[in-house]
Design a protein around this ligand. Structure first.
Ligand code: FMN
Length: 343
């Protein structure tokens, strides 16, 4: 029934894989820059579509969909790029089939939807977070748009709970073009490193960690600080009128709330990390920097104690890859030493 459509796809399959691979790399460079791998994977999809047309059934696309799973777990870090690419592929196939027949186009839509349905089973969060690795250098050629980071931050903001709904922290985002400001933060970290390592000089030179270079090469740098709540919600005002005291609402008690604020920043950044990793974006944390305000005076928007630095981008050099032997026994304490079931 769809033999003609199958022949058209067969004739154009390499060209289709070319066009869609280029489109993916242009639009999602943070996800992949490997044209050949992309082309190869797309050919699998296109050939499965061709076979569905030939056989007039969906068995082959089902078969392909199952190959994305291992022991029931989806092997992709995210599905957003795949979904967008399949939609684009569908448009390209539609252009080829337009003079053929509308039934073939409808059938092609069904095939693509069937494949998407397979992938709709999302990646397990535990699996996503396991992909996180500390980055020492990011690939500066890979651009990540402010709008993508903004949208992931909005999703995180929406999902992160806060004690008394106070959110006692601010987040400042330095994007790809803020090189000068990133340098100031970098110098802060390096100064502290030098200061701490003064006593452990090797050959008369302080032992400097290369990890802070990630601040210079990252796409986005996040700076979390304490935040003063100067406009409490109606609920908070009523509670205060009834005697409740909120540390984040007074300059004089702000620092006391640092513990809760730090826990909440941790919660925020864990959710955000999962969303970044889902998109194939790397993320790393830096807690070693001078927190005293005098070290932040060149960044006038930082007016309250900084809590955490976070770098984001497409990783190029990962900490553990630099010297696997050295880091082989750099392990967290065993699960049993951390988690205690009280029987
Ligand atoms: C809150 C926090 C702060 C961190 N601060 C630093 C830091 O200042 N410098 C650094 O090299 N690594 C820092 N790390 C990274 C850890 O030392 C460690 O490398 C990482 O959590 C483990 O990832 P890996 O196994 O990929 O190395 C920090 C991690 C966390 C969670």
């Amino acid at each position: 029934m769809y033999i003609n459509a199958a022949e058209i796809i067969n004739y154009n399959k390499n060209n289709l894989a070319d066009i869609v691979s280029k489109w993916i790399i242009d639009n999602f460079p943070y996800r992949t820059t490997e044209f050949d791998k992309c082309h190869r994977d797309l050919l699998f999809v296109i050939e499965a579509i061709e076979t569905c047309f030939k056989n007039n059934d969906l068995t082959h696309i089902d078969h392909l969909g199952n190959l994305f799973f291992n022991k029931g777990v989806l092997q992709l870090n995210s599905t957003e790029v795949e979904f967008a690419a399949y939609d684009f592929l569908l448009q390209e196939i539609e252009k080829l089939l337009i003079n053929n027949n509308s039934e073939a186009i409808d059938f092609c839509r069904q095939i693509i939807q069937k494949l998407k349905n397979h992938l709709l089973c999302r990646v397990k969060p535990s699996k996503i977070l396991k992909n996180r690795r500390q980055v020492w250098e990011y690939d500066e050629t890979v651009e990540i748009s402010n709008s993508l980071i903004d949208s992931l931050l909005k999703d995180t903001w929406e999902a992160t709970p806060s004690k008394n709904n106070m959110m006692p922290y601010s987040l400042f985002v330095l994007g790809q073009d803020q090189k000068k400001l990133k340098e100031i933060v970098y110098n802060n970290c390096v100064s502290r490193d030098k200061f701490l390592n003064e006593k452990t000089k090797i050959d008369g030179k302080p032992r400097l960690s290369p990890n802070f270079s990630a601040i210079l090469s990252c796409s986005h740098l996040l700076i979390f600080t304490l935040r003063l709540e100067d406009n409490p919600s109606g609920y908070q005002r009523r509670a205060m009128a009834n005697g409740a005291r909120f540390e984040a609402t007074k300059e004089s008690t702000l620092e006391i709330g640092k513990q809760v604020a730090s826990v909440e920043v941790g919660m925020f950044i864990t959710s955000f990390s999962a969303l970044c990793l889902e998109q194939g974006i790397d993320i790393s944390y830096i807690g070693c920097f001078f927190r005293d305000m005098e070290y932040w005076k060149d960044l006038p928007f930082i007016t309250r104690t900084p809590l955490l630095l976070v770098t984001i981008g497409k990783g190029k050099v990962y900490r553990r890859d630099i010297n696997p032997e050295r880091f082989a026994d750099d392990l967290k304490p065993n699960y049993e030493r951390i988690v205690n079931f009280i029987n």
